[in-house]
Design a binder for this molecule. Structure first.
Ligand code: ADP
Ligand code: ADP
Length: 233
């Protein structure tokens, strides 16, 4: 099944000078794939994620998530669809400083009014898988960057989304923590079948993906599957 499909997606930022940030982007991500997106600064990576996450609208073209045309859903159904099917992880973790790790992870479920017993079970499972059990009562300032990103991943997938969007998830981490976070993403992909689309600058990080899409000036100019040899990669 196709998890995500982009059809001729264009994004033009209008201003005193208009700027075409995405130019006819066409690609498909199958359910269960782990896909990387690489490209120089300003190539359109954040715009691409924003259009997929429906944070922003494409100027033309279609974004289909699980065969639903996201930008045609009503505001209410979109919010609902997004909440149940998408998870986000960012470079800067975005944890709430005044909440414990446990509270940070449970916040999305609590906001949805999930029953306490169900939350407790979901938390136990995810904390075990992501090795967070020992730090659940700590606050964000009491944990390492690698741990903070594992917490952010736990929060992003505790509601079992089918697609996880990750924007430079290892960008603020040293190589050891990067490796750790990557193993966790790979494990979520393999064991839970979460489809992952990850923007990264780091070729070592990208080499863990099944496939890498290269973008430049808002266009896909290359695509590589793991195992293929190629100069820029
Ligand atoms: P990347 O994430 O690859 O660094 P972006 O998607 O952030 O690239 O940006 C792509 C291009 O679009 C850049 O040239 C950037 O300056 C431009 N851009 C991004 N956001 C806006 C905006 N809100 N208004 C105008 N131009 C924008
Ligand atoms: P950069 O790509 O320049 O490193 P960030 O990682 O901080 O920037 O953010 C990447 C993009 O993700 C930004 O364009 C931002 O608008 C978007 N973003 C930030 N928070 C959210 C969110 N909660 N949901 C979806 N998109 C978000």
């Amino acid at each position: 099944m196709n998890e995500l499909e982009l059809k001729k997606v264009c994004k033009i930022y209008e201003g005193t000078v208009s700027y075409q940030a995405l130019d006819d982007i066409d690609f498909t991500v199958k359910s269960g794939e782990f896909v990387g997106v690489m490209g120089p600064s300003g190539s359109g990576k954040s715009t691409l994620l924003n259009v997929i996450s429906t944070n922003d609208f494409p100027t033309s073209g279609q974004v289909l998530l699980l065969n639903q045309d996201l930008h045609r859903l009503s505001e209410d159904s979109l919010a609902q669809f997004r909440r149940s099917n998408l998870g986000f992880v960012f470079q800067d973790f975005n944890l709430m400083d005044s909440l414990t790790i446990r509270e940070n992870i449970l916040l999305p479920l609590a906001l949805e009014g999930t029953r306490f017993s169900a939350m407790k079970q979901a938390l136990q499972e995810i904390a075990m898988q992501l090795r967070l059990t020992e730090i659940l009562e700590r606050f964000p300032f009491e944990i390492s960057g690698g741990q903070a990103q594992r917490v952010a991943i736990a929060r992003a997938i505790i509601h079992r989304p089918s697609l996880l969007l990750a924007d430079e998830p290892t960008g603020n981490l040293d190589s050891r923590s990067s490796h750790d976070v990557l193993s966790v993403l790979e494990q979520m992909n393999q064991d839970f079948g979460v489809t992952i689309l990850m923007v990264t600058h780091d070729p070592i990080v990208a080499s863990h993906c099944h496939r890498v899409i290269f973008i430049k000036d808002g266009r896909i100019y290359n695509e590589m599957y793991r195992g293929e040899k190629q100069q820029d990669f």
